[in-house]
Design a protein around this ligand. Sequence first.
Ligand SMILES: [Zn+2]
Length: 49
Amino acid sequence: MAEYKCSICGLHYRSRELAEKCHGWCSTHDSCNLKIGEQSIEAGAGRRA
Ligand SMILES: [Zn+2]
């Protein structure tokens, strides 16, 4: 399974689309978007480390 990482905040996502969304947000807002972050692999702890 591929993982996509936001190079700014370091969160991982299961889809490139989400990682790009996160990256786009992080690069312009300098903070985390909870709605995006909650879809990260880290936020889904328990599913897969
Ligand atoms: Zn990010």
